[in-house]
Structure formats: structure tokens, C-alpha cells
Ligand binder design. Structure first.
Ligand SMILES: Nc1ncnc2c1ncn2[C@@H]1O[C@H](COP(=O)(O)O)[C@@H](OP(=O)(O)O)[C@H]1O
Ligand SMILES: [Mg+2]
Ligand SMILES: [Mg+2]
Ligand SMILES: [Mg+2]
Length: 308
């Protein structure tokens, strides 16, 4: 008897659908111009767009998948038991995603094994400065420890939004995967959390071109669209909601994302209590050997420790 699409495929298609709805909320807040900025402290802002986009995504997922674990960036009690307005309801699931060949290891997954890591607006600092191209919505579908599917959504793309999605072991969609330039190495790093230590680390990578832009999702996008060989963030600061979706899409495309020791982050629900990516973020394009890259990173790390 036909089983219908696997839960992971339905969750991925639902993530694309709800990201479109949250994207419209973010565009509307920007259009109205009253961002309602709150400073959460330590260079971490939150706006009405972060709050409203999260409410839409969390309420919609809870409505359709009541037993899935959900961890979202913004502390917001409202979305826990919200009546979902009709225009937030998850609808029109993309048949291309529902019809994906779901990897055998994921076919029997049940809701209780799933944790959805949500960053309703990644690149908030840039959003408050009107740098809207840096902004993405990140929805990572994780099974036990692993980020297996994800959506990097650009709400301001051609002013109607674009979803880049991936299912590890199955494929990617919504964009054209491009290789980075064959010439010099190009690395992408933080724009708004740059400090002397990061600058010193990045200097160790020279000669290369350094691009500084906002958003973890946006930096992985630079890799997927062939604008950079690697994303280098040699500091704690990002959280699991910043990397779950980008890691899933990048790995589905053949790339890698790890900490400074070359280890993947665990995305199990237990990490809700301590979501900090303590050992940085290092992501590489499919054609860029991650092991080689991490050896280079390790050399820089030990050189800096010797000189300190
Ligand atoms: N040192 C730090 N302190 C607080 N947040 C940090 C941080 N470093 C990175 N982040 C968060 O990680 C994401 C990517 O950061 P960056 O743009 O600097 O590369 C942003 O997510 P949000 O915009 O969702 O908060 C940012 O806030
Ligand atoms: Mg934030
Ligand atoms: Mg973020
Ligand atoms: Mg955010």
C-alpha cells in the first residue's frame, strides 16, 4: 500500500511553504518602517520582523506537526499556543519536494525524533541597517543529532522571496549550484561581529580575498552560488539555529560545515539548553577539500596560540 511522502519530505516542503509566509511578514514590517528594535545585549538585536516571522513559523508547525520538537531563536511565549490565522496555515506543498527519493535511513522517521531549528530572521543587525540582501529565514529539519534537510529563504529576493532547499542524500532545489573561481581563494566572514582576534585569524589565510557580509545563511549562500570557497568564523557566537539549515543545504549539495576541530555540531533537542556553537563555523564548497581546509585552519590556530 502506497505510504505517501516520508515525514522528512513533508517537513521540508512545509518549511518552504511557511518560509514564504514569514517572508511576506518580514517585507511588510520593513515596508511599514517601524522595526520595533530591542537590544538583547551583547551585540544581538531583535525586531518586530524577527518576532512576527517566528510566531508564524512556530504556530504553523505546531498546528500541523504537534509532536515535532521546535527550537527557535527568539524567546516568545505567544507562539506556543496560538490560534493560527488562515493565511499562516501551511498549504501548497511543493510536489517536487514531496516526490523526492527519501534516503532509506530517513524513511521511517517519526515526529518525536525530529527537532526543527528556526532562525526567523538571520542577519538582524544588517536588517536594521537596511542591508536586506543579507537577510534570510533559516529552517533546519534535524533527525536526532543530524541536520538532514533545510531551507535558506531570501525574503527580499526580487521582492517576492526565494527558497533554497536541500535534503541530504537526495538533492537540492530552488537555485543553481555554482563552483567558486579557479583563481585565488575567496573566504566569506562576519560583517557585524568582527574583532581583532578574527582579523588576526583571517590574516593567516592570506593571500586570498575576504568578503564580509551578514548572516550565517547568507554566507553559505555565497558558497552555493560560487562567490566563495569557504565561510570562516573562528569564534563562538553563532547558535544551532544559525547553522542547522545552512549545513543541511550545503551538505545536500556536497559541501561541509564543521567546528574548528572538523566535527559536526549535534542538533538534538538536548542542545536547546546550550545552543552556542562554541568552536566556530567553517564551511566549504563541494569542490573545496574540507579536510585540507581544516588542516590549514589548524595550522593558523596553533601559530596564533604559539604567538599569544
Ligand atoms: N558574537 C556573537 N554574538 C551574538 N550573536 C552572534 C555572534 N556571532 C554571530 N552571531 C549570530 O550569528 C548570526 C550570523 O552572525 P554574522 O552575521 O555576524 O555572521 C547572526 O544571527 P541573527 O542575525 O539571527 O541574530 C548573529 O546574531
Ligand atoms: Mg539574533
Ligand atoms: Mg541568526
Ligand atoms: Mg535571527
Amino acid at each position: 500500500m502506497a505510504q505517501g511522502p516520508a515525514l522528512v519530505c513533508r517537513l521540508l516542503a512545509s518549511s518552504v511553504s511557511v518560509a514564504h509566509k514569514a517572508g511576506k511578514i518580514i517585507r511588510d514590517v520593513m515596508q511599514k518602517g517601524d522595526l520595533g528594535i530591542i537590544d538583547k545585549g551583547e551585540n544581538d538585536l531583535q525586531t518586530e520582523a524577527d518576532r512576527s516571522a517566528q510566531r508564524c513559523i512556530v504556530a504553523s508547525f505546531k498546528n500541523l506537526y504537534p509532536n515535532v520538537n521546535i527550537v527557535a531563536e527568539e524567546v516568545d511565549k505567544i507562539s506556543q499556543n496560538l490560534d493560527v490565522p488562515a493565511d499562516w496555515l501551511i498549504t501548497d506543498l511543493d510536489p517536487k519536494i514531496l516526490d523526492l527519493e527519501c534516503p532509506k535511513s530517513l524513511q521511517g522517521v517519526t515526529e518525536d525524533q525530529v527537532t526543527i531549528w528556526i532562525d526567523p530572521l538571520d542577519g538582524t543587525s544588517e536588517f536594521t541597517k537596511g542591508l536586506i540582501d543579507h537577510v534570510t529565514i533559516l529552517i533546519g529539519v534535524c533527525v536526532n543529532d543530524e541536520a538532514v534537510a533545510g531551507v535558506i529563504y531570501q525574503p527580499f529576493w526580487q521582492n517576492r522571496g526565494r527558497a533554497l532547499w536541500g535534503l541530504v542524500g537526495s538533492g537540492v532545489g530552488g537555485f543553481e549550484l555554482k563552483e567558486p573561481p579557479q583563481t585565488k581563494k575567496v573566504y566569506v566572514t562576519t560583517r557585524s561581529h568582527y574583532d581583532k582576534a578574527i582579523e588576526k585569524f583571517i590574516d593567516g589565510l592570506k593571500p586570498c580575498e575576504i568578503i564580509r557580509v551578514g548572516g550565517a545563511g547568507n554566507k553559505v549562500l555565497y558558497i552555493l552560488e560560487g562567490k566563495a570557497h569557504a565561510y570562516v568564523y573562528p569564534s563562538a557566537g553563532c547558535k544551532r539555529w544559525d547553522t542547522a539549515a545552512p549545513e543541511a543545504v550545503l551538505r545536500a549539495a556536497g559541501g561541509e560545515l564543521t567546528d574548528v576541530y572538523g566535527n559536526k555540531y549535534s542538533y538534538s533537542k538536548e542542545n536547546e539548553k546550550d545552543p552556542l556553537n562554541k568552536y566556530g563555523v567553517f564551511a566549504t564548497a563541494p569542490s573545496y577539500n574540507h579536510t585540507e581546509f581544516m588542516k590549514l585552519i589548524c595550522d593558523i590556530q596553533s601559530k596564533n596560540e604559539k604567538n599569544d
